[in-house]
Design a protein around this ligand. Structure first.
Ligand SMILES: Nc1ncnc2c1ncn2[C@@H]1O[C@H](COP(=O)(O)OP(=O)(O)OP(=O)(O)O)[C@@H](O)[C@H]1O
Ligand SMILES: [Mg+2]
Length: 333
């Protein structure tokens, strides 16, 4: 087992790739830390047997749910697989699909079963597993939940090669957009408060009001047993214009860095003025797909430039001052 990362270290590492979403990062970091603590400190904890706490990530589309989980997998160095709840719901043989997911986990662990049994499974789009009556898909959504909750709980599953994988210590992270959650929350929660003089109290109050209860999840068609196995619920928030700008410029593989490097390979310097990032972020907010639309807008802006460069080897610098004006191409004297 690699040395145990502290929660704060996990958060720092996540910060390198994921902008904002601080509370989700902290919750995930603590859950992961606890998850590994449980397995490494067995001797001391023998008598208390910490039980596993699977996690539900809720947040609007394009705000970093999948990114958070992928980044986690990379920094943790544990076998990690992603599954899509909607495709589970489309298959006739849920059991086979689930076995296939666990099989991939064993593959990631290079066949090392004990290592796979400490892995992480991310199940995306669980909010699409509705159990409303009258729809063909609906029944299958519910049966997927039943199948999932069995392995989330911890059960031996027979693999193709005849071995059994025990899922008791596999950590399950579920994700979903849960569109409309805000509305449900304002309907069902409001904790009053007497004194708000203390900042800390105010924070606790906000946390309580933002808390999502299992009953809130039922409105999305999750069955109580499934919702009950996701004791940790954390939310991702809409990205502000500032955060979108940071996403384009800060992370190691941020869009601006990618295109800078690409032009650099042709000996061309790329200069993009701050105003441009502001404009792109504004458009992305209009498109309502979180950070997801940034790449499209960015690439469209770069198309003419990337088209022109190979034809003009004399170009040394490209300056973009506005999304709505042609780029300025400077050639060598
Ligand atoms: N907080 C963030 N920090 C940095 N990049 C982000 C962030 N959120 C989203 N992105 C960028 O947007 C892309 C889409 O994000 P991601 O796949 O994580 O969305 P999601 O929350 O899983 O959405 P969906 O509900 O549609 O699956 C990512 O590949 C990443 O480039
Ligand atoms: Mg996703």
């Amino acid at each position: 087992m690699p040395s145990l990362l502290k929660p704060s270290e996990i958060v720092h590492r996540l910060d390198e790739h994921v902008i904002g979403q601080d509370s989700a990062k902290r919750t995930l970091a603590v859950a992961i830390y606890t998850h590994f603590r449980r397995m490494t400190a067995n001797a001391a904890l023998d008598s208390v047997e910490l039980s596993k706490s699977n996690i539900l990530l809720i947040g609007p589309t394009g705000t970093g749910k999948t990114l958070l989980c992928e980044t986690l997998a990379r920094i943790l160095d544990v076998p990690f697989v992603t599954a899509d709840a909607t495709s589970l719901a489309q298959t006739q043989f849920v059991g086979d699909e689930i076995e296939a997911i666990l099989h991939r986990l064993v593959d990631r662990a290079e066949g090392d079963l004990p290592r796979a049994q400490r892995g992480i499974v991310f199940v995306d789009e669980v909010d699409k597993l509705k159990a409303i009556g009258g729809q063909a898909r609906a029944t299958s959504g519910e049966s997927v939940q039943h199948a999932l909750l069995k392995i989330m709980e911890g059960a031996p599953v027979r693999l193709r090669d005849g071995r059994h994988i025990d899922t008791t210590h596999i950590l399950f992270i579920c994700g979903g957009a849960f569109v409309g959650m805000e509305r449900i929350l304002t309907k069902t929660h409001t904790f009053g408060f007497i004194s708000t003089s203390d900042g800390d109290d105010q924070q606790i109050l906000e946390r309580l009001n933002a808390r999502i209860k299992p009953t809130d999840l039922l409105e999305f068609g999750l069955i109580p047993e499934f919702a009950g196995r996701l004791p940790i619920v954390t939310r991702l928030h809409d990205l502000s214009q500032d955060m979108l700008i940071r996403i384009m410029t800060e992370p190691r593989n941020a869009l601006a860095r990618q295109f800078t490097a690409m032009l650099q390979a042709d000996g061309v310097e790329l200069q993009i003025e701050t105003e441009v990032f502001r404009q792109i972020a504004e458009l992305a907010i209009e498109y309502k797909a979180g950070a997801r639309s940034l790449r499209g807008i960015f690439e469209e802006m770069m198309t003419d430039v990337i088209y022109a460069i190979p034809d003009n080897p004399a170009i040394r610098r490209v300056t973009i001052r506005s999304l709505f004006e042609p780029a300025e191409l400077t050639t060598a004297a």
